[in-house]
Ligand binder design. Structure first.
Ligand SMILES: CC(=O)Nc1cnc2ccccc2c1
Length: 445
């Protein structure tokens, strides 16, 4: 009760407090709305996931890059009606600069590529794992941050780049136990839309808007989609032809409508490369895939769960115009983003979450307060051998030490006792077997 009156202890009963104590304001111990903490258990799972992201990137010869989570707002200002724009976590900083917490990594990557200019030999194969942010108006209770794994190839115009990227994601899935019966990739090309719209001389910047609208096709009533499409200038006839093409189920059917243009050629090339990479049974053509980012210009793909319970697991595609819109050279580019949320939901569904617990090689404990120094020496020797060692830092009863050792899955308990220490020895207890013995300090292995 004493702490409740503004934090001065004993003010009601004890002697007058001589000087004002630091006032205690009870802070909210939860993280800000829509954000997460990572206590040890969650952090082990996150590190496991990111380790697999990074191992696959290394396997494919990609180099890791990173960028500030805070960027100039201008990097993300696109007028294509994207959700990512409506939810931009932007503000004016103390220098009156318009800045934003990045909602995605690709624009930062493009900025760095341009900054590096000619000094970065093409093709660039870069990857990053970074936290991305959004600010949702309504308290829809959705998260406001997530981590994304991105892989990008800059400077390769052929679809061999897209085939390589999809291969890397398949490799990732296999590493964590996901199979082609669990997930698949829907693949299409925005060149399908482009070739269609070119017949009706729709302007380039309407193209991005049309794609963003079509990406919502499964989330909005078709009437609203049609209304939005007509509001960007598409006639009734074009809208109906567009929607009809999007429901096409095979490449041959698409070729009948489109004729043999770049879209068909790219898709056929990609599907034949998939054969060579050995992931044909992971992919399918699906004309309705457009992805919600305005800057894609060619092949687009998304990973989906075949049970149909979850949102897209990952997504990506070719974005050949992005660098030039930032004032850079007209460099071909493609990449993908892979979020840290849906994949964990999928692993839970498939009961594939890894068992990760703290593993310790040793716990070292002084059995007597004046042997604390000796215990520190032992811990240092073991750590010098690369063995993870928890040193008990205060006088604790053995029961407490055993409990801690069990919770930390320690392999060995090293007990520093007076009698043994006088002989230059320590006690060792192998916790799995219960075996117990004494050993000379310099024979500790
Ligand atoms: C399922 C989930 O957490 N999605 C999510 C969470 N935070 C984001 C933040 C920025 C952009 C996209 C985001 C997406």
């Amino acid at each position: 009760a004493a702490r409740d009156n503004g934090g001065r202890s004993g003010a009601l009963t004890g002697p007058p407090v001589l000087e004002e104590e630091e006032s205690v304001t009870k802070i909210d111990v939860n993280p800000p709305k829509g954000t997460r903490d990572f206590p040890p258990e969650e952090m082990r799972l996150r590190n496991w996931l990111f380790h697999n992201f990074k191992e696959v990137s290394r396997l494919y010869g990609f180099e890791e890059v990173d960028f500030p989570v805070l960027e100039s707002e201008a990097l993300f200002i696109r007028k294509a009606g994207e959700e990512i724009r409506d939810q931009l976590y932007c503000f004016e900083d103390r220098g009156n600069r318009r800045v934003a917490l990045r909602p995605e990594l690709t624009p930062s990557l493009a900025r760095l590529v341009i900054q590096k200019g000619k000094s970065a030999p093409l093709p660039l194969k870069w990857f990053a794992v970074g936290q991305c942010w959004r600010y949702e108006r309504m308290t829809r209770g959705r998260r406001r941050e997530h981590y994304q794994w991105n892989m990008d190839i800059i400077g390769v115009p052929e679809v061999t780049a897209e085939a390589e990227l999809i291969s890397s994601i398949v490799t990732f899935f296999k590493r964590i136990g996901i199979t082609a019966s669990d997930v698949g990739f829907k693949i299409s090309s925005r060149k399908v839309l482009q070739e269609l719209l070119r017949r009706y001389s729709i302007s380039e910047n309407a193209f991005g808007k049309v794609c963003v609208i079509i990406d919502k096709i499964e989330k909005m009533p078709i009437e609203e989609i049609k209304k939005d499409l007509s509001s960007v200038g598409l006639s009734e006839e074009v809208i109906n032809e567009l929607l009809q093409v999007l429901s096409v189920k095979s490449l041959t059917q698409l070729e009948d409508i489109l004729g043999s243009g770049e879209a068909i050629a790219d898709l056929k090339h990609l599907f034949s490369l998939a054969e060579k990479f050995g992931y044909s049974d992971w992919i399918q053509f699906d004309a309705s895939v457009v992805r919600g980012l305005a800057y894609y210009t060619g092949i687009v793909f998304e990973g989906f769960d075949r049970a149909g319970k979850l949102r897209a697991i990952c997504g990506g595609g070719r974005y050949d115009r992005l660098l030039s819109t930032f004032g850079g050279d007209d460099l071909p580019a493609c990449g993908f983003g892979f979020g840290d949320a849906v994949i964990i939901e999928l692993l839970k569904e498939k009961n594939l979450l890894p068992e990760l617990s703290l593993q310790l090689d040793n716990i070292v404990c002084a059995l007597d307060q004046d042997l604390q120094g000796a215990a520190a020496t032992i811990a240092t020797i073991l750590r010098g051998k690369g063995q993870s060692t928890d040193l008990v830092l205060e006088n604790k009863p053995l029961k407490w030490v055993f409990k801690r050792a069990a919770r930390a899955n320690a392999q060995r308990l090293i007990l520093v006792g007076t009698k043994e220490w006088e002989k230059g020895m320590v006690g060792v207890k192998i916790l799995a077997s219960g075996e117990q013995y004494e050993i000379k300090v310099d024979e500790l292995d």
